[in-house]
Design a protein around this ligand. Structure first.
Ligand code: MD3
Ligand code: FE
Length: 224
């Protein structure tokens, strides 16, 4: 067994020593492309600026009435929304009453390329949920199951401050692995892991040269 997966799981600080775009299988059907997006990160963040201008960050409310600590927006044909009525994908941004901004071509290409590298050829995401974590922000354990086609993978891109990702099993009570997700990391979740419980622990304080005091995660999905 190589020491690299062990170090990723136990010490996020050592990750800068790793070769970029090194592949790691987190689990069956979950592939980590470490640093695969780091070269594109400045361009990805620049491409997000007009998205955020058109569809500003907001804190959605869960069906149970809690305000989420993660700030969110979307681009693509549809966007993920939550309110008192439930979770769903909607082609309209409820804050503006207008369609979500289109998905920038660079984001689309990156997601498709990453999916193909993980064995999912022809991935054409129609939704990109953009999550922003400030220090202290967390995302509690949940499943992503609002998508119609669960055979398509989910591709996630981490930018900015590092996070500890909780990767559990198919039941909420299953033990969760803790995996460091660092700037530029891309993960493709498919097949058996598609309905795994997952979450993000409270973001630690810090400053990243490209994002400042936050982590931004892009989650690409085929929702329709
Ligand atoms: C594993 N976002 O938006 S991305 C979410 O870092 C979400 O912002 C987290 O979970 C974030 O729903 C994690 C990684 C991820 C996304 C979807 C998955 C992991 C997944 C779906 C199934 C299994
Ligand atoms: Fe999720």
């Amino acid at each position: 067994m190589s020491s690299r997966p062990r170090s990723r799981r136990q010490d996020p600080r050592t990750q800068s020593l790793l070769p970029r775009a090194a592949r790691e299988r987190i689990a069956e059907d979950a592939v980590l492309l470490a640093g695969a997006a780091s070269a594109d990160a400045p361009a990805l963040l620049a491409a997000l600026q007009p998205v955020i201008a058109q569809a500003p960050w907001r804190h959605m409310v869960t069906p149970g009435g809690l305000t989420m600590s993660v700030a969110m927006t979307n681009c693509g044909h549809v966007g993920w929304v939550s309110d008192r009525r439930g979770y769903r994908y909607d082609s309209v941004d409820p804050d503006s009453g207008r369609p979500w901004p289109g998905m920038p071509a660079l984001l689309q290409r990156l997601a498709a390329r990453a999916a193909a590298m993980a064995g999912f050829a022809g991935f054409k995401p129609d939704a990109c949920l953009v999550n922003r974590y400030a220090p202290g922000t967390r995302l509690s354990l949940h499943q992503d199951r609002n998508e119609l086609d669960l055979s398509a993978p989910v591709v996630s891109v981490s930018l900015g401050l590092p996070a500890v990702f909780l990767f559990g099993g198919l039941r909420r009570a299953d033990p969760a692995q803790r995996i460091a997700l660092l700037h530029g990391d891309v993960v493709v979740w498919g097949g058996r892991q598609r309905l795994a419980f997952h979450g993000v622990t409270a973001l630690a304080d810090g400053e990243h040269p490209l994002t400042g005091a936050c982590r931004i995660n892009l989650t690409f999905r085929k929702a329709l």
